[in-house]
Design a protein around this ligand. Structure first.
Ligand code: AMP
Ligand code: MG
Length: 350
């Protein structure tokens, strides 16, 4: 299949291109598009066959549910059995934006979109291109991240092209992504609202609007052995090809420990990669040293993380050490959640 790649600036909406993209979706095809979190791989959420195509393009198991993206508040009601008060308050506070809510689905949403579940994950993104595209596409776009299953979510168009060229109909190239980590997911079908995936919208932000919220146990530690809340949670998360270890501790001790391990590994012939921050990278000894950004500006770290992990794979690094971002507020928990998963929860304190 030939994939059309169309550059499109967020502030300069190309109506003709978006119309064409919308038509592809209405005809059952697939289009990758930028959002503020990561690139999405979109298909018509109301079309049973489209989700099958998404799963095939990604190489993703078909019981891993998709998020339905909408562009107008009134489009929420037809796809849910009920819209609880909490959902309304959260939508008012955080939509359009990087928050996904899980609600009971109506018959309008096929089971192929929800991986067989009676619940549906819904988000209204705030990226202007995404909103305009969803509107042209008929209002309901099912979209997981636009990566091949087993790779990090794409935060740059070049990674979407790398993974999806030849597999889908169109890629809307919106350049770099603002946030860089997937949306916060909150499940509103349980008695107590439950965060299934941390993101830019934090627990504290959610609690200010709807009161007590819990966080799923799997977020910052190993699986508890219980049945996973969402089918998707049982699948192995992306892990880099190189073995990743997170080293936690005071700045000086961490630098010392990472350098010691890196030296030992290099003596054994391994190619080492190190993830530091702007004020520490000068002190590291390794084959490939990367700054994730500024510790005081954690948004820079969120934005860089998936790109860095992809680069390590491309550079053939076999052992990776990363500083820990534990204890940072705001999006810090989301950063640690993705980093811990990539490390297979391998973290050591020195
Ligand atoms: P991605 O589209 O790659 O960001 O992944 C979407 C994730 O959303 C899935 O892996 C699930 O964990 C979660 N999800 C989607 N729909 C549901 C649902 N109905 N219930 C619980 N989790 C869901
Ligand atoms: Mg994904």
């Amino acid at each position: 299949m030939e994939t059309k790649i169309i550059p499109i600036e967020e502030g300069n909406i190309n109506k003709a291109a978006l119309k064409e993209a919308g038509k592809i979706i209405k005809n059952g095809g697939l289009v990758a598009f930028p959002t503020e979190t990561v690139y999405g791989l979109g298909g018509n959420a109301l079309d049973e066959a489209a989700s099958g195509k998404i799963y095939r393009a990604k190489g993703r198991p078909s019981d891993n549910p998709l998020i339905v993206h909408i562009c107008r508040m009134e489009d929420l009601y037809p796809i849910v059995r009920e819209a609880p008060e909490e959902a309304m308050k959260l939508a008012e506070a955080f939509w359009p934006g990087p928050l996904t809510m899980i609600l009971w689905k109506s018959d309008k949403i096929p089971y192929t979109t929800t991986g067989g579940l009676n619940t549906v994950a819904i988000r209204m993104p705030r990226h202007k291109t995404a909103l305009a595209f969803i509107e042209e596409a008929g209002g309901y776009v099912a979209a997981p991240s636009a990566n091949i299953s087993g790779k990090p979510s794409p935060t740059l168009a070049k990674y979407v092209i790398e993974d999806m060229d030849g597999r889908i109909d169109m890629i809307l190239d919106g350049g770099g992504i603002e946030i860089g980590l997937e949306s916060t997911i909150i499940d509103l079908t349980e008695e107590v609202p439950m965060i299934l995936r941390p993101g830019y919208i934090t627990k504290e932000m959610l609690e200010k609007v709807i009161g007590h919220v819990e966080t799923d146990e799997d977020v910052l530690k190993h699986g508890t052995g219980q049945a996973p809340k969402a089918p998707g949670m049982k699948y192995k998360h992306y892990a880099p090809k190189g073995e990743l270890t997170i080293i936690n501790g005071s700045r000086g001790r961490v630098i010392e420990e990472i350098n010691k391990r890196s030296r030992e590994m290099r003596e054994k012939g391994e190619k080492t990669g190190i993830i530091g921050t702007e004020d520490t990278i000068a002190f590291y000894e390794g084959d490939v040293i990367k700054s994730a950004g500024k510790r005081e500006e954690e948004a820079t770290i969120a934005r860089a993380l998936y790109r860095i992990l992809r680069e390590f794979d491309d550079e053939g690094v076999s052992v990776i050490y990363s500083e820990s971002f534990e204890g940072t507020a705001g999006i810090g928990q989301a950063i640690m959640n993705r980093l811990l998963k990539a490390a297979g929860y391998h973290i050591e304190t020195v």
